[in-house]
Design a protein around this ligand. Structure first.
Ligand SMILES: [Zn+2]
Ligand SMILES: [Zn+2]
Length: 389
């Protein structure tokens, strides 16, 4: 923290107006008062309604495939996780559990039961490309084929691209409506990180799109592990691994450098009576994350599960749980799991109000550590994603 928090006069304003900062929100940030009253900010339900509303306003429909000549409208609500295979395996009466920090209410959990048709969807592909591009993972059994591994990574990347664009526009809208939040260094820092991440994602998407167009799928290094039991959750995510498993810095995620940071793509899917972990990175990036992969590939199954138990909720709001799995966890386990999913974003409402966004400094430290991917491998989490009946 602490870097990149100064806004230069001549840079494009953070509200997205396209004007220079000095001609736009600079003056407003000290004169405007917060638009949200104390009453609203002290009511988590109201705050979440505001945040949800802000996110809803930024939804947009696109097909990220570059050759639009075959595009067939409408833009479908594409599933990041396969609907009939994977989601059916973890659903009960057509429902699954998902955890969304924006669902936070005064009491109760942010993990909710939703229809499996609505889980992990986004408007990133037209009808034609959604079914055509992904038929090798939608219609074919998973066999660790080069193209299949590529497709899992490609789809989560498309989703991440769509999400990052939306997060940036909602941050911009938030500044526009409420310039005084720019006084908060945390807010500015957050914006900077999101903006850099967006640049990286756009670059990655170009690489994947070009590879697809050239039918060259062999661009990834893959580690695939088979679990002998069918798990009761599924996940697909991508992240920048900041640390090795012993806490040594791997990548400076706060770096201001122009170089793209290396991403890891991670998918876990239940198939018939077993489950697969698919972890990939661009071959181009492998040297930078080799140590990370080496460490993970050396873990025995129990340690691998522990690593995944800590890591998955840290990096993903895209975890789908079977209702039975969720119900089998204790209250303590559920709370711990949700705290990790919420991470640094959980206290956005306080940030809006320019307050210190954590309960205690210790909480901040835990959040920062989680963000940096520092895992205490001797510590066993209360919940267990791999619990099977
Ligand atoms: Zn502005
Ligand atoms: Zn299309």
């Amino acid at each position: 923290m602490g870097k990149n928090i100064k806004i230069n006069n001549s840079e494009p304003c953070l509200c997205g107006s396209g004007q220079k900062f000095k001609d736009c929100c600079k003056a407003k940030m000290f004169t405007s008062t917060t638009r949200y009253s104390e009453d609203i900010l002290n009511n988590p339900q109201r705050v979440n309604a505001i945040l949800q509303n802000m996110m809803d306003k930024t939804d947009f429909k696109t097909c990220v495939y570059p050759d639009k000549s075959c595009c067939k409208l409408p833009i479908k609500n594409a599933h990041t996780l396969q609907n009939n295979g994977v989601l059916s395996a973890v659903s009960e009466l057509e429902h699954v559990m998902v955890t969304d920090p924006l669902n936070k209410v005064r009491k109760g959990y942010i993990t909710r039961k939703i229809s499996k048709n609505k889980a992990t969807t986004f408007y990133g592909f037209c009808e034609y490309h959604d079914s055509y591009l992904f038929k090798d993972i939608e219609l074919k059994e998973y066999k660790n084929e080069i193209k299949q591994n590529f497709l899992f990574a490609y789809r989560v990347l498309a989703q991440e691209y769509h999400k990052k664009e939306r997060v940036i526009s909602s941050l911009q809208n938030c500044v526009k409506e409420n310039p005084s939040i720019l006084i908060s260094p945390i807010m500015v820092e957050n914006y900077r990180m999101m903006d850099l991440a967006r640049k990286d994602i756009r670059e990655l998407l170009d690489i994947f799109n070009t590879s697809y167009m050239n039918q060259n799928f062999d661009i990834l290094y893959n580690y695939v592990y088979k679990f002998e039991k069918q798990c009761r959750f599924a996940v697909t995510t991508m992240y920048v691994p900041a640390s090795t498993l012993d806490g040594e810095e791997l990548v400076d995620i706060y770096s201001k450098e122009k170089d793209r940071l290396p991403s890891v793509f991670l998918t876990i899917i239940p198939v018939n009576d077993c489950s697969y972990l698919i972890m990939s990175c661009l071959k181009l990036d492998y040297a930078k994350v080799k140590k990370y992969f080496d460490d993970i590939e050396k873990l025995d199954e129990n340690k691998l599960k522990r690593f995944l138990n800590w890591t998955l909720p840290t990096y993903s709001e895209n975890i789908v749980l079977s209702p039975k799995l969720w119900e089998s966890w204790s209250e303590k386990a559920k709370n711990q799991y949700e705290r990790i999913v919420s991470g640094m974003g959980g206290d956005f409402e306080k940030m809006l109000n320019r307050e210190f966004p954590f309960e205690t400094y210790e909480d901040m430290e835990i959040a920062l550590k989680t963000q940096l991917g520092i895992i205490d491998m001797n510590n066993v989490p209360q919940y267990d994603l791999f619990l099977v009946e």
